[in-house]
Design a protein around this ligand. Structure first.
Ligand code: ADP
Ligand code: MG
Length: 374
């Protein structure tokens, strides 16, 4: 799912109200019934259907019939629009440029700020894989009323990454500068560097190896393990110093599997240096011996708003998706029957109530003729 900024450049205030209503309705409904969209948007005239039609044509919402009623669900296009709209209103983004990366669960774009400086927009896209394919979803659902929505999970993932980036940056770790976050999007500084996997020659290989191992140890001394410390998530600057990116899987050194994650990060570097550069060292950090906790950034992150309850929810979801075996990705349009199957569209989603509404209120109606430019 690519970010489409062109087709949606202009939107009337009424369409925007309807789109926001669909988002609000999505908190409690997998498929938002049309009457609910009507009441949330407070558009009581005959215009509603026209605005709904316009939004559907632009692929910002999609019509779904679940057997019981007709309704609409937000698409990634619609959610992207709302996030970008908010980031633009705040003055964080002025225009969207090239896509520079696409991961399994994210899209990365260069964007321009009002002062014309370039930065990076990372759009989290969890749940591209249909929850229908998750084998033990019934266990997962036992204590929950509804399947976790891609909107909620992507937002959690972005919040987590932003919270960690902020704390790491404040404590002087080599990470991008966190700029802003809304919904499933985060904004950070553009790093002028190349991913480690693309580096062919290193001046002082021993130094780079020990810089990276030191970084793993320093993180652990601060109470954290990256969890995905590999050649894709380490950018190397021209002076050969590393910058660490991509934090949605970070865990605390107090996590029950901490030693496993720590060793896996260390092994990633050992294996890569051996394979790519033929470099081996008998020196590498050991969890029990080399870690002396000095700070508790794990607790700071929890205190900063990304609570351990939210971390647990995200971890549980990620774990289940992993266990169910990746590789069965599905696009939005296939997800519809998932809702029928569980028959849970009307249920409250407790998860979603634990978070603030990203943009709170539906806009007032006075500004009817206003047009929004992305
Ligand atoms: N701040 C940044 N500056 C420059 N390039 C970046 C930045 N963030 C991400 N990238 C590029 O995008 C790629 C994917 O980013 P990453 O955060 O690792 O996403 P994913 O979660 O999909 O792996 C990186 O390997 C890197 O090439
Ligand atoms: Mg990555």
């Amino acid at each position: 799912m690519r970010l489409d900024a062109n087709g949606i450049r202009y939107m009337s205030a009424d369409e925007f109200r309807v789109l926001t209503a669909v988002e609000t309705g999505s908190r409690n409904h997998d498929i938002v019934p049309t009457p609910l969209i009507r009441s949330l948007s407070k558009l009581h005239g005959g215009g509603l259907n026209k605005f709904i039609g316009e939004l559907a044509k632009k692929n910002l919402i999609a019509k779904v019939a679940n057997g019981k009623y007709d309704g609409y669900k937000m698409t990634y296009g619609g959610y992207d629009y709302l996030a970008l709209k908010t980031l633009t209103k705040r003055g964080s983004v002025a225009s969207v440029g090239n896509q520079i990366g696409v991961g399994k669960e994210s899209d990365i774009h260069v964007v321009m700020q009002e002062n014309e400086s370039e930065c990076v927009l990372k759009i989290h896209r969890l749940g591209r894989m249909s929850f229908r394919n998750v084998k033990n979803k019934r266990d997962y659902l036992k204590n929950k009323h509804s399947s976790p929505s891609w909107m909620y999970m992507s937002r959690l993932s972005a919040m987590k990454e932003f919270a960690f980036m902020k704390i790491l940056h404040q404590h002087g770790f080599p990470v991008p500068v966190p700029i802003d976050q809304n919904r499933h999007c985060i904004l950070m500084s553009l790093i002028d560097a190349v991913p480690l996997r693309q580096i062919e020659k290193v001046g002082d290989i021993g130094k780079l190896y020990s810089d990276l191992m030191d970084l793993i140890v320093k993180l652990a001394n601060y109470g954290l393990i990256h969890g995905d410390f590999n050649e894709f998530n380490i950018l190397i600057k021209i002076d050969q110093s590393p910058i660490l990116i991509d934090f949605p899987q970070m865990v605390s050194t107090s996590h029950k599997e901490a030693e496993f994650y720590f060793n896996r990060d260390v092994d990633c570097i050992k294996t890569f240096f051996k394979r790519k550069f033929g470099y081996e060292s008998y020196l590498y950090p050991k969890f029990g011996l080399d870690i002396n906790r000095e700070f508790s950034l794990d607790l700071e992150v929890a205190a900063s708003g990304f609570s351990s309850k939210l971390q647990k929810e995200l971890e549980e979801y990620t774990q289940i998706v992993k266990e169910s075996g990746e590789g069965s990705e599905e696009e939005d349009s296939d997800e519809e029957s998932e809702n029928d199957e569980e028959g849970n569209s009307d249920e409250e989603n407790e998860n979603e109530e634990s978070l603030e509404d990203p943009d709170k209120s539906i806009p007032e109606k006075e500004s009817d003729k206003e047009h929004f430019e992305l």
